[in-house]
Design a protein around this ligand. Structure first.
Ligand code: FE2
Length: 231
């Protein structure tokens, strides 16, 4: 099944967060053929300081995510060292964190492409400068998919951070759990990040599909649909 795109505005409206635009609708059957990269000015050099706060998004065809195939479960990815259990229940996790505005969402699906309602998503990420909140709950939150399997998080675009001798690509950590399905721990990546290539854990199928405004717009909006394996 080819991934269908859910309007960001529709998601915001449906969740009572619709202050950013008019009501949209499901746009079915739209192929994901175009990617957008964040204009971060990254040089690809491990010694360069990442500059994640540039206020524009540039069109880029690189790292276009593949079409969704529900028979293929979402790939897992390392948990990393910065997970903290017990994050607050909320879909808006920025808490004034540094970084460009970001809205990401999509659906949680089974291997038959049926939506999974009530799935728990535990989300954590770095801020726009690449820092995690180790003492509080900034940029951490738990939420559940709605009756249509939809999820959405309002946040900021994560920055790159140094891991050993090189920067990691921007990513958002997610743990998913749903009754009757195998738990999943993974990371979502961003199209066009210069550090995607060569990263030890980057996985093309985990790239978020960009949506909405893609030129001269301060922020990033994208869609990712999770596919869980039956337990
Ligand atoms: Fe991380």
């Amino acid at each position: 099944m080819t991934r269908t795109l859910l309007s960001r505005r529709y998601m915001l409206q449906s969740l009572g967060l619709g202050t950013l635009g008019a009501v949209g609708a499901f746009a079915t059957g739209c192929p994901r053929t175009r990617g957008a990269s964040l204009a971060d000015g990254g040089s690809g050099s491990a010694s360069a300081s990442p500059t994640p706060l540039a206020p524009t998004i540039a069109i880029d065809d690189g790292d276009a995510p593949p079409p969704l195939v529900c028979s293929s479960p979402t790939a897992d990815n390392i948990e990393g060292p910065f997970f903290k259990a017990g994050a607050p229940w909320r879909a808006s996790i920025a808490d004034g964190a540094r970084g460009l505005m970001m809205g990401i969402g999509g659906a949680v699906l089974g291997s038959d492409c049926a939506p999974i309602a009530g799935a728990t998503l535990d989300v954590w990420q770095a801020d726009g400068a690449g820092d995690y909140d180790h003492t509080g709950w900034k940029l951490r939150g738990r939420l559940t998919s709605d009756k249509h399997g939809r999820w959405h998080v309002d946040s900021v675009v994560p920055g790159n951070y140094l891991n050993g001798s090189r920067y990691r690509p921007r990513h958002v950590h997610v743990k998913l759990a749903a009754a009757g399905y195998r738990p999943l721990t993974t990371q979502l990546y961003f199209p066009g990040d210069p550090y995607n290539k060569g990263d030890s854990w980057f996985e093309p199928s985990l790239v978020i599909a960009p949506e909405g405004p893609t030129r001269d717009t301060p922020g990033f909006w994208g869609r990712f649909d999770f596919v869980l394996e039956s337990a």
